[in-house]
Design a binder for this molecule. Structure first.
Ligand code: SAM
Length: 303
């Protein structure tokens, strides 16, 4: 059984990149009246406590969301107005899950997506999660919403389950593919699943998250995805956020835990507004989260 639990990583810099981009994408896709299907193949638990055992132990949110919101200009102030709209939107969404002045609850991708769905447009959200505890937590969190048939949770392999959902009845969908890459085969499975998905439903929007780590498979994944998109003659967008090394002095007797310092998202058939939205937001995110050597952000597009 997998040991990865997203609770340890909730609200870290990788979640900031992924959820900011996810929200900006969904904002655009929900402007059209036609029903939108959102499929989250690797959904996690849905909601996380940043002051609980998991996040508290890892401390990752301290280098992500919590650092981003430290000294945040008050809502509606000129300082906030200077922030990129996609960043303000993301921060407002996270704030809506919290009591005023607190940042203790973090919404994962199912709740970022659910917040943008329209009842009247009959949008649908389909969530898959394999880990028994996280699948149970997710089902419980979603049940609180009383969303009826708009949202469905299944403890199934999201890679496999996706096939049966494509194409969706309304012929409009966003698919988020966000594996934990705990097993090496995930790196190969992602392009395979995407290729199959494109054959079933060529006009869907597909978003893949991946870690930037010194492993050949991780290094090659964005290259493979670009090749796939170019061969299919589909537009794509690729964005990375690297917070860089922590070069601050270490207290004697303490050991610094090496953690993930960078990640990327690859979007196939992105909304035409996404590039500009990320080009405005990511430098501001980096300004707040960037540390030492290796920090940077990239937004590139092709196809
Ligand atoms: N998408 C979530 C978010 O942004 O809030 C985080 C997901 S986390 C990175 C990856 C999740 O995928 C883990 O909870 C893990 O248990 C689950 N998982 C791993 N393999 C899976 C599979 N084949 N199908 C569905 N879920 C899987």
């Amino acid at each position: 059984m997998f040991s990865y639990r997203h609770g340890f990583h909730a609200g870290n810099h990788a979640d900031v990149l992924k959820h900011l981009a996810l929200l900006a994408t969904l904002r655009h896709l929900t402007q059209k009246e036609t029903p939108l299907w959102v499929v989250d193949t690797h959904a996690g638990a849905g909601l996380y406590r940043l002051d609980g055992d998991y996040a508290g132990t890892s401390g990752e949110a301290a280098e992500g969301l919590l650092k981003l919101v430290a000294d945040l200009p008050p809502p509606g102030s000129p300082g906030e107005q200077a922030l990129a709209p996609a960043l303000v939107d993301y921060l407002q969404l996270v704030r809506s899950f919290n009591r005023q002045g607190q940042w203790t609850v973090y919404p994962g991708s199912p709740f970022v997506a659910q917040a943008t769905l329209r009842q009247e447009a009959r949008d649908k959200l389909r969530l898959f999660e394999l880990h028994p505890s996280d699948a149970k937590a997710l089902a419980g969190n979603i049940a609180q919403l009383d969303a009826g048939r708009q949202v469905a949770v299944a403890r199934e392999d999201g890679f496999e389950a996706l096939k049966a959902l494509l194409p969706p009845p309304s012929r409009r969908a966003l698919v988020l593919i966000d594996p934990s890459y705990e097993i090496k085969s995930d790196y190969a499975r992602v392009p395979g699943v995407l290729k199959d998905a494109l054959q079933r439903f060529a006009t869907g929007t597909y978003m893949v998250w991946y870690p930037v780590i010194p492993r050949p498979e991780a290094h090659e994944l964005p290259r493979r995805l670009k090749t796939l998109a170019n061969q299919a003659r589909k537009p794509w967008l690729h964005a990375t956020l690297a917070i860089g090394q922590d070069d601050s002095p270490v207290e004697p007797g303490t050991v610094r835990r090496p953690g993930l310092t960078a990640s990327g998202i690859f979007v196939l058939n992105p909304p035409h507004t996404l590039k500009a939205a990320l080009q405005a937001a990511l430098p501001q995110v980096l300004e707040r989260l960037g540390r030492g050597r290796g920090k940077g952000q990239v937004v590139e597009a092709g196809g």
